[in-house]
Design a protein around this ligand. Sequence first.
Ligand SMILES: Cc1ncc(C[n+]2csc(CCOP(=O)(O)OP(=O)(O)O)c2C)c(N)n1
Length: 348
Amino acid sequence: MSEASGFNQFIDTPNNLIDQLVDLDPQETAEWKASLDSLLQAAGPTRARYIMLSLLQHAQENKLGVGALRTTDYINTIPSTREADFPGDEAIERRIRAIVRWNAAIMVHRAQRPGIGVGGHISTFASSASLYEVGFNHFFRGQDHAGGGDQIFFQGHASPGMYARAFVEGRLSEHQMDGFRQELSHSGGGLSSYPHPRLMPEFWQFPTVSMGLGPINAIYQARYNRYLHGRGIKDTSDQNVWAFLGDGECDEPETLGAISLAAREGLDNLNFVINCNLQRLDGPVRGNGKIIQELESIFRGAGWNVIKHMVRPPSGKRYKSAELNVWVTEFALSKISTSVEQNQNSVY
Ligand SMILES: Cc1ncc(C[n+]2csc(CCOP(=O)(O)OP(=O)(O)O)c2C)c(N)n1
């Protein structure tokens, strides 16, 4: 297999990039190439790569129409030096998050008790609790918001976390929490396994757990909001649509099937938050590649703005995915946000 086979062939520069163009000054072209060669020799590949990226950026700033890169370095899009200050009380929020995460785990654990034995999923929410909590505390607008509120497509098997938060808020009772996945058998009714407005009309707005359903519906919801606004039927200018999904869910045709529509329509009222925890519930991932880079390439290629956020474990330690702590920073455009259990050092 050649080096350019597999996924990498899409990232490498195509050989015929300029072959069909006319070189008006071959000698000058050769001089430019010779300077790159000597830079490579004198300063090494890292510096030469930096200069090339810098020139590319400069060319784009000058509107030269040079094709954009489909992947960026395997580091956070927003460096820590440019992160916004945390707008809340980080210590209290962390404490509440730990309580919510614990309650979610215990609710699932208790659903496995003798005589019930239905269990549920723990890892999905455990690895995305920070994403949701930051969303709830700092981004999501409720239905009573003057602008009409946000529409959120929760990752289906993260439902225990939403119940656990509602419990802490006093919206669900201990008795209800004990009825997880027992809608028919639990006295007074139970909590549905996954989000579904028909099963719990007062609680869930959208059904999501069939993988792919959330993301594609989110795109069409955002599109429809634009339609309502454009036709003067409803002012939706202050409403955002959010879809939370996993890296595994991105393998579904429905997840990626309409992303170009979102970009073409300029849906900057839409956010995908993709938790790349390298697990599928408790199952294996599909390969050993860098899923974040792969997804970045797909979404950027389709015209999305991608913000990567990765978690670096304290030195010498490895995070287990269930211990991930990720938070979303400021959003302005259509985007996906990604997280991963381990960051890599990069040198400029
Ligand atoms: C269409 C479809 N196929 C299979 C499933 C069963 N299923 C539920 S979650 C899941 C894995 C999800 O993996 P990922 O998106 O990476 O989420 P995470 O591991 O973070 O929970 C599967 C296969 C499903 N819900 N829908």
